[in-house]
Every structure is written in structure tokens, then in C-alpha cells.
Ligand binder design. Structure first.
Ligand code: ZN
Length: 330
């Protein structure tokens, strides 16, 4: 079209010739643009088809992928519930966290095409993690058979097959090796608060407990008590051999460097006050509180602390109960 007009114009002088040339150039440019648009259209159509196929496949794949992940999460929750059967320690929680991390890592390792799915899947795992946290809280259960919750008193003597590993506190003083770390931490924190705690009676062998009990018995018998009365009185002050927490290495008599007497006035010392207010933070409880003698069967002993673990100690401290009451409530 443009070329016909150009031919006519070309015959009409110099100006006509120039206009004709411009027209031809414009025509060529337009033809090229149309050609490119046609090509581009094909590319757009091809892209649209690809997109349709991709979205379709992607949607189908996503459904399957999420199902897979939630299966994994279920497994993690099941594993968690099993772990919660025992005492939930920080380590176990840590393991669960690691398990979640692994799930996420697996998801991240999928093909990059599934990036979108991975993000969704990760969010899915996050929800699972939250659920697990709730499960963990709900199942913060204590088990009577946990080593740190063993109940030892006159009615519950130490089992014959009870065994544990001893650790050295200092010199010849020993305790259950598992409480060394919290014990040292407690002593260090007391020191930071200006209180110097001193362990005066740690783990005791059976023979030592027998000696202490016999000595008490003899004292009462020599003072005219009948055997039964002497036994009653002695057992309220010195634990019957085989039923002392000192024999399981979980209890310690703690005094201060400026008050050595094991009597009620210890509660008025800085050490006595500090222990009463802070020991539970390290897993230790005042084992024989004032006013609970009927339950514990032992007189008030503001110096006798027993390790039960931080979780149990917190509850026992806040509820102002004894280990007997705590165990009873499990
Ligand atoms: Zn004691």
C-alpha cells in the first residue's frame, strides 16, 4: 500500500521522492514490528500453556507434599508423647527441636521448583511445633520412678537394689554425681549474694546412719525411756537406717560458715534465709518444713535440703508442700 503511494510520489519531483523514501522506511518498520508481535504472540501463547500446565501440576503436587509433611509432624508428636512418658528434661525438648529442624531441612532440600510448596510446608511444620509445645506443657508429668523423685522415709525405705554413682563434693564429702552441678551452681549463686554455704552432712553410708541412730537410741534408753519410746523419739530426730535420704546421696545438711549448730535458729541466719528463698531454683527443697512434721515424720530441719529437680522443686516451693504430698498428688 505504502509502496504504491511511494511510487506515485517518486514521480513528483524531489520532495515527492523524499516523502516516498520516508514512507517506504515507515512501511518496513511497521512490517518488522508486526512480524515481531506475531512471534511474541507465539511466545506468549507458549508461556500461557506452560503456566497452565505448571499451575495444574503444582497444585496437585502441593496437596501430596503437604500430606507427607503432616505425616512427619504426626510422627514427631508421637515421638514427643513417648518422651513425655518420663520426666521431660531440657535435653529431650532439645531433641524434639532438632527433629523439627531436620524436617525443615528435608523440606528445604526439595527441588527449587517447589519453593512455594516448601514455604507452605515450613509454615505447616511451625504449626506442628506449636502443637508440640502445648503437648509438652500439658504433659509435664512427673513419674514416681524418676530418680530425683524417689520417696524415702520410714514408710518407704530405700529399695534393696537401689544403686547410684557417687561424686565428690570436696574432700571426703560425696553425693549422687547427678546433683553435683546444680549443687555447685547453688553454692556459687549464694556466694554472689554474699552467703557462704557449707555442706556439713552429705551422703552417708548405712553404717554411719546406723551409728547415728544407735547413739540416739542409747541416749534415750539411758534416760529411762522404754525401747518403743526411745525408738519413737530417736526416729523423729535421726532417720531410721535404711530410710535416710542421706543414704541415697540426694540430700545434704547445709549450714553457713558462721553458724554451725543444727537447730531451728539456723532459719534466722543469712544462709538459712537464702536457702529457703532460693534453693528451689536449683532443684533443692526444704525437705522437713515447720508444721509438716506429721506428714514427714521428721522434726523441722531448716538445714536439710533434698534434690528433686527444678520443675518439681518449683511446684513444691510455691505450693508450700512436702515431697510426700507432691508424690501423693501424682
Ligand atoms: Zn539431713
Amino acid at each position: 500500500m505504502a509502496s504504491k503511494i511511494a511510487k506515485k510520489l517518486a514521480t513528483k519531483g524531489k520532495v515527492g521522492m523524499t516523502v516516498a523514501k520516508v514512507l517506504i522506511v515507515i512501511e518496513i518498520i511497521i512490517k518488522k514490528i508486526v512480524k515481531y508481535i506475531k512471534k511474541a504472540l507465539w511466545i506468549l501463547i507458549i508461556l500461557a500453556v506452560f503456566l497452565a500446565v505448571f499451575v495444574g501440576v503444582g497444585f496437585y503436587g502441593k496437596a501430596g507434599f503437604i500430606k507427607g509433611i503432616s505425616d512427619e509432624s504426626d510422627k514427631a508428636v508421637v515421638a514427643n508423647s513417648e518422651a513425655a512418658g518420663g520426666t521431660l528434661t531440657g535435653q529431650e525438648n532439645e531433641e524434639n527441636t532438632v527433629a523439627n529442624d531436620e524436617t525443615v531441612v528435608v523440606a528445604d532440600g526439595m527441588d527449587s521448583i517447589q519453593d512455594e510448596e516448601v514455604i507452605i510446608a515450613t509454615a505447616d511444620v511451625d504449626v506442628a511445633t506449636q502443637t508440640e509445645t502445648e503437648v509438652t506443657k500439658e504433659e509435664l508429668e512427673f513419674n514416681k520412678s524418676d530418680w530425683n523423685l524417689i520417696l524415702v522415709n520410714k514408710q518407704h525405705p530405700i529399695p534393696d537394689d537401689y544403686s547410684f554413682e557417687l561424686g565428690i563434693i570436696s574432700g571426703s564429702m560425696e553425693c549422687d554425681v547427678r546433683i553435683l552441678e546444680p549443687l555447685n551452681e547453688m553454692f556459687e549463686m549464694a556466694k554472689e549474694d554474699g552467703v557462704q554455704l557449707v555442706v556439713c552432712s552429705p551422703y552417708r553410708e548405712m553404717s554411719r546412719q546406723e551409728y547415728l541412730f544407735d547413739r540416739k537410741m542409747k541416749g534415750y534408753l539411758n534416760n529411762g525411756y522404754s525401747y518403743i519410746d526411745a525408738y519413737k523419739e530417736s526416729s523423729a530426730v535421726v532417720t531410721v537406717p535404711g530410710a535416710s535420704e542421706h543414704q541415697i546421696g540426694l540430700s545434704l545438711d547445709i549450714i553457713s560458715d558462721n553458724y554451725y549448730k543444727l537447730d531451728e535458729s539456723f532459719e534466722l541466719t543469712d544462709a538459712g534465709k537464702w536457702l529457703k528463698a532460693n534453693a528451689y531454683k536449683y532443684g533443692f527443697i526444704l525437705r522437713y518444713p515447720k508444721g509438716k512434721e506429721e506428714i514427714t515424720g521428721i522434726i523441722y530441719e531448716p538445714w536439710h535440703y533434698r534434690y528433686v529437680g527444678v520443675d518439681a522443686a518449683k511446684i513444691i516451693h510455691e505450693k508450700n508442700i512436702t515431697l510426700e504430698e507432691f508424690i501423693e498428688g501424682l
